[in-house]
Design a protein around this ligand. Structure first.
Ligand SMILES: [Zn+2]
Length: 480
């Protein structure tokens, strides 16, 4: 689970995901069978939360190891590959690196040159496209100015105005062939010095693809005097852009329909949990630096694995089941976003997403051990269906926390698919702390939630009633 939607651009990763080549599956695995077993759950949890996996941060070798483990688990359980004959669904990302600090030199009308300091006096924005450029003519523009494309093409534009004014101006001029943008606002203090530019990773699909081909340099410090007479700008850069991939792990158990309704096989239930977490922090040799992510969300992953094992060992379901172990949730629910943009079955056939998130500790507000809450309970017929079948699920008791929109289910919701999260998160203080360790997991409780989730999945597999939104839902979540 994450707090707020992060910017789709994030930075500062230490390991180059593109250099990851290992492709072996870790062994041994706990045996896969129909029973919900604490020993098996402990084995899965132990692997995922070990310090060796260093917090499973997306785009690192650690996340890859977790994904390989999960692939091996699905395979051993007899769950079929869910994406073009493979378990990995690779989502493409664009990675921009600047191995060498860029240099910016501005020249005044009097011929004087001013080298600006990277980090403190200028920083590089825009997604990519920065290359070395020599002596570009600088054209100063105002937010309300009437500059034409002829005047701007191939030039370095010096823009002075607020962020809002900038966005408005850029909408009108993004196609004008501008070579470089220098953004400056009087009074912006110098920033902290950087010794290198952090790597930037952005999704390379959907509407985000192709964003920001024009480099934008933001200028800081007291530069009014110098900028008043600037005539040319030169930049030196060795920026590199490459495509890297991060893997969703996807398995499928094909449905077989019922004698009365063979077409039920075409309806798809997606059970999901995210396997990434937030990595490590810096600290001394005696300090705990690993965010183990036991509750968030190794607990959901472990329950999903138990469900997958149990369902694969049982009778085939009437509806088709997809098991989605989602990548990069903590970076902004990116793996699931890619999944809904590239679903293995047509989106209109996906009748429901049941997401599993933070099930490792009992929540007294919903009745303690083995009891669950369902985010967005009041929005669909799912919760009442579960309750009518005796499954211990109630409404989310903390609606003010917005849990409905803070996990992978919300990406399905935005596509109109009934998407909700089963959880027992009790607001414990170890959320996103290095203390979210396996030792804090209550396995009797976790096994109880797994039995509840399995009962819910089995109900969804063959119930005549189809998951559906209540009247007027999902209120406020569909694109206008
Ligand atoms: Zn989280």
């Amino acid at each position: 689970m994450h707090w707020t939607l992060l910017s789709p651009v994030f930075a500062g990763l230490l390991i180059s995901a593109s250099t990851l080549q290992t492709d072996s599956d870790p062994t041994p695995l706990a045996p896969a069978n129909a029973a919900i077993e604490i020993s098996s759950m402990k084995a899965h949890m132990g692997f995922l939360t070990s310090d060796e996996l260093r917090g499973r941060e997306a785009f690192t070798e650690d996340a890859l190891k977790a994904a390989q483990y999960l692939r091996a688990c699905l395979k051993q359980a007899g769950v079929a590959p869910g994406w073009n004959g493979e378990y990995f669904q690779p989502a493409p990302f664009e990675k921009v690196t600047e191995p060498v600090v860029p240099r910016l030199v501005l020249t005044g009308a009097d011929g004087k040159t001013h080298a600006l300091t990277y980090g403190s006096q200028f920083r590089v924005g825009g997604r990519r496209g920065l290359k070395s450029l020599d002596s570009l003519a600088v054209v100063p523009v105002q937010p309300e100015g009437q500059d034409t494309a002829d005047q701007l093409k191939g030039k370095a534009v010096l823009f002075q105005g607020s962020s809002r004014e900038w966005r408005t101006w850029w909408k009108q001029h993004s196609e004008d062939g501008i070579a470089l943008v220098l953004r400056y606002r009087t009074g912006k203090k110098e920033r902290k010095l950087l010794d290198r530019s952090p790597d930037r990773i952005t999704p390379a699909w959907g509407e985000r693809k192709g964003e920001g081909d024009v480099p934008v340099l933001t200028l800081y410090g007291e530069l009014d005097g110098m900028l008043a007479s600037v005539s040319t700008a030169s930049i030196e850069s060795q920026q590199k852009t490459e495509t890297i991939h991060e893997n969703n792990v996807v398995g499928v158990i094909p449905g077989v329909g019922t004698p009365e309704d063979p077409d039920m096989a075409k309806q798809v239930i997606v059970i999901s949990a995210h396997y990434d977490h937030v990595g490590t922090r810096s600290g001394g040799p005696e300090e705990d630096t690993v965010f183990n992510g036991a509750d968030d969300d190794a607990s959901g992953v472990v329950v999903l694995l138990e469900l997958a094992e149990a369902m694969a060992a049982g009778d085939p379901p009437a509806r088709t089941f997809v098991f989605l172990l989602a990548a990069a949730e903590e970076k902004g629910i990116l793996g699931t976003e890619y999944f809904v943009e590239n679903p293995p079955f047509p989106l209109e056939n996906i009748v429901c997403n049941l997401n599993l998130e933070m099930l490792g500790r009992p929540d007294d507000l919903v009745g303690g051990s083995g009891k669950l809450w369902l985010s967005g309970f009041e929005r669909s017929n799912l919760g009442p269906m579960f309750q009518a079948a005796g499954i211990p699920v109630v409404e989310d008791k903390r609606p003010e926390m917005n849990f409905f929109s803070r996990s992978d289910n919300i990406v399905f919701v935005r596509k109109g698919v009934v998407g909700q999260t089963l959880s027992s998160y009790n607001m414990h203080k170890d959320y996103h702390q290095v203390s979210d360790e396996m030792a804090t997991i209550d396995f009797e409780h976790l096994a109880g939630t797994a039995r509840g989730a399995l009962a819910a999945a089995l109900l969804l597999s063959n119930a005549k009633e189809r998951p559906s939104w209540n009247e007027g839902e999902p209120k406020g979540f569909l694109p206008k």
